[in-house]
Design a protein around this ligand. Structure first.
Ligand SMILES: Cc1cc2nc3c(=O)[nH]c(=O)nc-3n(C[C@H](O)[C@H](O)[C@H](O)COP(=O)(O)OP(=O)(O)OC[C@H]3O[C@@H](n4cnc5c(N)ncnc54)[C@H](O)[C@@H]3O)c2cc1C
Length: 399
């Protein structure tokens, strides 16, 4: 194993949940790894907060589950609702208890995962995280990749057998690979608000996870420890400063909670949302994972989860290359095939459908929910799909 100031087996651009999970999984297997993260520390943003059961199983395999659970909530029930006629349908993941030891969504903000892993990586002899460092360029030869990394003080050249771009939707690595990033951007933006205010006092029907509509508006209401998160679409031509203003925040809470109270928020962020997939997740010794490889809307909580599934798949392939004499070309092409296929066939398709379900006639969702209420087999299939088990089974079946 090579690991010195400038070289490692694997170099990862981006220390978000995907880059960190990949790094930790590789380091535990004995592969040396360096994470280059442009931010000064683990970014505390209000994006992913849902870990689906197979991802919880992966956290258990990495020895991280217990520490994450201690900072999380368990949400076995998710609910769809029509606020106009107060009709609600809930699905209880406890029904999956024969399939998984973790039949619930673990509600845990993504920065809790990155912080936990960053601490652990820096304590390992074969891993390092460099914050305030940015991958700016790379060149690959047949036996190695040379990566230019910029810090506040210098630019240095690092060397690795493999470079992984886990540097998010705006990935520098993907742009240099010139893979294209086809798809589309939604015409609306998504506002997320978080508040410690007990909104359940106004909404007696509330579960921990709720997808509800009062057409044409729709809302996602999620519980995380100590906070409610509210996600609501906004007109894209409204400036971000108006979307996140007190005026808009008060109008939204007044519409949702029927109150004139000015509700204090902890975060207010406006996101543009895309459905895009890179044409390939691999070129030579350079790989893409997570948002760098694929973007989707947050309805269903698939973005980070599918990125973590990329990371776990890729770390297995790299371990086979290093320790089982695996054929690198075959294994890395297989990573690309398996993960890109499920991204297109499942993650993209399902997230687009999850958003359409808010926009189509309410009767369509209600008919589906009525059917699921009556049919236990169909209900289990639906929950296995939404919990991402189906996508992992599909990936595993791809040669
Ligand atoms: C409102 C919202 C809610 C969401 N909710 C969920 C959810 O509940 N569940 C779910 O699964 N997903 C959710 N997602 C999606 C999820 O947040 C992303 O899929 C996830 O963050 C992707 O992780 P990543 O590590 O690939 O990328 P990122 O989290 O974007 O991390 C990339 C990292 O790379 C760093 N970086 C960028 N460029 C460079 C460079 N050149 N050099 C070095 N470092 C660099 C960045 O600073 C960043 O830390 C949500 C998204 C949004 C917008």
């Amino acid at each position: 194993m090579k690991f010195d100031e400038l070289s490692s087996n694997v170099l990862i651009s981006g220390g978000g949940p995907v880059g960190m999970t990949l790094a930790y999984s590789l380091a535990l297997k004995g592969i040396s790894v360096r994470v280059i993260e442009s931010a000064a520390g683990c970014i505390e943003d209000m994006r992913a907060s849902t870990f689906h059961p197979p991802t919880i199983e992966m956290m258990e395999a990495l020895g991280l589950r217990e520490e994450l659970e201690a900072q999380s909530l368990r949400a076995p029930i998710y609910q769809y609702g029509n606020l106009l006629d107060q009709t609600f349908y809930s699905l209880d993941m406890s029904e999956l208890s024969e399939v998984t030891p973790y039949p619930y969504r673990m509600q845990c903000e993504q920065y809790k995962l990155t912080r936990l892993i960053a601490e652990k990586l820096n304590a390992l002899p074969n891993a390092e995280v460099l914050f305030s460092h940015r991958v700016s360029k790379f060149e690959q030869a047949s036996n190695a990749v040379q990566v230019a990394v910029e810090s506040p003080y210098d630019i240095r050249l690092f060397h690795a057998d493999y470079l992984v771009g886990a540097d998010g939707g705006n990935s520098t690595v993907r742009k240099w690979l010139n893979t294209g990033f086809n798809g589309f951007t939604y015409p609306e933006s998504f506002l997320t608000l978080s508040t410690a205010y007990p909104i359940e006092q106004h909404l007696p029907w509330l579960q921990q996870i709720n997808y509800v509509t009062d057409k044409p508006n729709w809302w996602v209401l999620l519980r995380v420890p100590g906070l409610w998160r509210v996600l609501v679409p906004q007109q894209v031509d409204t400036p971000d400063s108006d979307v996140t203003s007190d005026l808009n925040k008060d109008a939204l809470f007044s519409a949702l909670l029927d109150t004139n109270e000015s509700i204090k928020t902890i975060h207010r962020t406006c996101y543009r949302v895309h459905q895009r997939v890179a044409k390939t997740f691999r070129r030579g010794r350079v790989l893409l994972a997570g948002d760098a490889a694929h973007l989707n809307n947050p309805l269903g909580g698939f973005g980070m989860n599918s990125g973590i599934h990329d990371a776990m798949n890729l770390s297995e392939k790299l371990a086979q290359i290093y320790f089982d004499n695996g054929n690198a070309d075959e294994l890395l092409d297989k990573y690309d095939r398996q993960r890109r296929t499920v991204t297109n066939e499942f993650v993209q398709k399902q997230t687009i459908a999850n958003k359409r379900a808010f926009e189509d006639a309410l009767s369509a969702r209600e008919a589906l929910m009525e059917m699921l209420t009556k049919d236990a087999n169909a209900r289990q299939s639906y929950m296995l799909e939404q919990a991402m088990f189906t996508s992992l089974d599909r990936a595993a079946a791809i040669e």
